[in-house]
Structures are given as C-alpha cells and as structure tokens.
Design a binder for this molecule. Structure first.
Ligand SMILES: Cc1ncc(COP(=O)(O)O)c(C=O)c1O
Length: 437
C-alpha cells in the first residue's frame, strides 16, 4: 500500500510528494522535526510534542505554516488514512524554499515554511522482542553543536554514531562530553543504582525528551527515587541497570555498555517496570492529548456495574456480541464505525458510560473491533432520541468550559469537536441493530 503523506497543504500518495531542491531543509538542514508515537491508533502525548515544536521554532525564529490545532488534525487524518495502529508520525518544518541558495534567512513574508508529515507503520512497537532482552551501547565522543535542546534535522552525527555502534556489534551509542554521558544518538540515557534512577538534567546539552518527562513523572508517582545529575560513563558501567527513552522505543533496557555487562546482562527490574507503566499510562491518556481533557475525563462518574470496557479485537467482540453472533431482541448496538468522526474508542467508552447511568439502560458497553468502535446498549425499554440527548448533554457541558493556557487551548478545540460529534451522534442514535459488525 502506498502511504498517503502530507506536503504543504496537500494529502498525496508518497510517490507524488515533491519538495523543491532549494528547500533549506535539503540544502542546510535548516529545519525542525517531531516524532509522535501511535498506539491503538491514538497519538501519544501530542500536546507535549506540539509544545516542544513551538519552542524549537521560536528558538530558530522560524514560522509555522499552520496552527498547532491544524497540526493535530493533520496527524489524525494521516493516522486514519494510513490505518496506523502502532507506529509513528514524522513531522518536519523547514524554513521553506527561496528562489536561490543563500546563507541569509529568506523573508518569511515571501517564503513560507515547508511542512511535511508522514506515518511509519510499526506493528509490534509496544510489544517489542528487543525490550525483553535489552540493547547494547558503546560510548562515543559528543561532537554535536551546542543547542541540542532544539530538535533540528541536523542528524548526521547521530547517524554516524549509530553506524559506529553497529560496526562494533552494538545497537546504539551513548555520547560523552567531559567524561559525562549526554544522551543516546536518538534517545535520553539513564542509569539505575539500587532503586535510584539517575539521568542528566535538562540543559542545552540534551534534547528535552517528551518520553523522558512522562517517564520521570510516572516514576515519581510510583514512589521511585530520581536524581537528575550528570553521570560518567565509568559510573554507568558499574550501574545495576540502565535504559533509554524515546517516542519510538518508549523505555528500552540497556544491558551492556562498551562490552561491560550490567548486572547479570539481562534487563533488571526497574526498566521493564517503567516500560510497563509508561505504556499503560500513555495508552490511557492518549485520546485527550491535553491536560484539561484528561482532567475532565477524571471527573466523569464511572457507573462501574453497568458499564463494560473491552479490550481490542476478540475480547471486544466476545463482550459486545453474544456468542451466536446474533443479538437478542432486547439488545441494541449502535455502530459508530466507518464514520471518521467517531473513530475513537474513548468517545465510544464515554458515551457508553453515560448511557449506563440511565435507569432504562441495563448494560452499556464499548469496544474496539476490527478498526470499528462500538457502543452496545442493552435495554428493556424503548430508548428514544430525547433520552439519549439528555444523557449526552451533560457530557457536552463538561467539555465546553472557558480555558486560557496554551495547552488548554488545544483541549478547548478538542472539546468543540466533541460537541459536534456528540450532537451528530445524538441525532443519529436510532439504535442500529447489527448482526455481525
Ligand atoms: C538526541 C535525542 N535525545 C532524546 C530523544 C528522545 O526524545 P523523545 O522522547 O521526545 O522522543 C531523541 C528523539 O529523537 C533524540 O533525537
């Protein structure tokens, strides 16, 4: 299948996508990028990536051709069109393509920035066999420029580092500055001593990893001890454990440094546990992609007894569909699949949770099956559109409240889309009975 990619306002087959040879990304690596992971078809930590992108652009005095909100919409559209369940979305903004090569920056008024996005399908990203055995790293001198906190597309030295590691029979390289580890070629580096996690503090020396921020937050919540300080490569070789983090590897154990095995040469306890926590928490938070949305979600009452949440695929099918594959006369399933607006299991879940509160509803369930999001409502009463609207109205109100901060702004926009979705949903909820989804 050819991928659909995004280039400067257009969704195109990858074979038809073109960028000028005068693009400053091509000629001068004058550009920034982001990589956002996708799990269960959902973007992980989009808000944080958008915020870092904004910072990278500001640091380089580069304009964004679209708003962060539009970027989110493009991400979602590409994930949807390319049917990405597990994988990555790569985004790149460069200082555009002036008429000729010149060191001076072009006028942003006449030369718009270029924007390119594409997806990378990576089935098995979360359940990686490599994570079970861990990776080997070697150390190399860090000779990159002094603003590693800006996520630029100048990746020649990190690429060379990867190749040096490969030649040495390792998987990656940790870079060293004044004897201290800065980070991996495309990831942040950590060591573990006892139960203490040690990692270099944020500065211009390292990229401020989005996964790093999330992992440290989750580690704190799990009462793990964290020390943000520099550590030497010798100290690392004597550590009990080590690991890296990035959007494409999540938390990955490191079992060997410069040929020296850590512990017994297998992943210890801390890194695998952190990986587990990270994946679990990120998956749970993925839909909202904003702190405000997340907070709002937390305030939803959970009618636990009547509501069933289902895991993807077979589990969902079994829970939602009776074994016979036929529904009893009392069962009703609203199928919201094949409708892009609803392609979100959390939307289904929230609506089902609200429906479950109704006296007339026996059980409401939501699930995900073969790229379809389902809501099932088992009811003995005839449930009219008004009743459903009444159930959904409070949900709409919950998500439409004034907001002010930048990240909340995204939440607000998401909320508005929610309102549209739910209103349409309320109007459509004529209880479609399905035999076999
Ligand atoms: C040099 C470097 N450090 C750290 C990271 C990890 O950042 P994130 O967790 O945002 O993917 C990356 C990711 O590409 C990187 O290139």
């Amino acid at each position: 299948m050819t991928r659909t990619v995004y280039v400067n306002g257009n969704y195109l087959p990858e074979t038809e996508a073109k960028i000028s040879i005068f693009d400053r990304g091509f000629l001068m690596a004058d550009g920034v990028y982001e990589v956002t992971s996708v799990l269960d078809g959902k973007l992980i930590d989009f808000d944080a990536h958008a915020k870092r992108l904004r910072r990278s652009l500001d640091e380089l005095d580069m304009a964004s051709p679209v708003t962060m909100d539009e970027l989110l919409a493009i991400h979602r559209e590409l994930v949807l069109q390319n049917k990405v369940e597990e994988g990555l979305v790569y985004l790149q903004i460069t200082r555009g393509a002036p008429a000729d090569r010149d060191f001076a920056f072009p006028d942003p008024e006449t030369v718009p920035s270029s924007l390119v996005l594409f997806t990378q399908n990576k089935p098995g990203l979360a359940d990686s066999p490599v994570a079970r055995v861990g990776i080997k790293v070697i150390s190399i001198e860090d000779i990159r420029w002094g603003r590693r906190d800006i996520k630029t597309i100048q990746l020649l030295y990190p690429s060379m580092g990867k190749m040096i590691a490969k030649k040495a029979g390792a998987d990656d390289a940790w870079m060293i500055q004044d004897g201290h580890v800065t980070e991996g070629t495309s990831n942040n580096a950590y060591i573990v001593k006892g139960r203490k996690i040690i990692t270099r503090p944020r500065s211009n020396d390292i990229l401020h990893g989005i996964t790093r921020a999330a992992v440290l937050r989750f580690a704190k919540e799990a009462q793990m001890e964290i020390e943000e300080r520099r550590f030497t490569i010798d100290e690392a070789k004597e550590a009990d454990e080590a690991f890296i983090t990035s959007a494409s590897t999540f938390v990955m154990p490191v079992v060997e440094i410069d040929g020296v095995a850590l512990g017994d040469g297998t992943p210890g306890k801390v890194a695998p546990r952190l990986r587990e926590i990270y994946l679990e928490e990120s998956r749970e938070a993925a839909i909202w992609q904003s702190e405000r949305g997340q907070a709002a979600l937390a305030t939803l009452p959970l009618p636990a007894r009547k509501y069933k949440s289902t895991a993807p695929d077979t589990a969902a099918r079994q829970t939602i569909l009776p074994k016979s594959g036929k529904l009893s006369s009392l069962s009703r399933i609203v199928r919201i699949s094949q409708n892009r607006l609803y392609s979100n299991v959390m939307a289904a879940r929230n609506i089902a949770m609200w429906l479950a509160q109704f006296r007339t509803v026996d059980i409401a369930a939501s699930g995900y099956w073969r790229n379809r999001f389902l809501i099932a409502v088992w009811t003995q009463a005839k449930l009219g559109t008004n009743t459903i609207s009444a159930a959904i109205d409070p949900l709409i109100r919950l998500f439409i409240t004034p907001v002010n901060s930048e990240s909340s702004d995204l939440g607000h926009q998401i909320s508005i889309r929610w309102k549209e979705r739910l209103t349409t949903f309320a109007a459509q909820i004529s209880m479609v009975v399905i035999r076999n989804a």
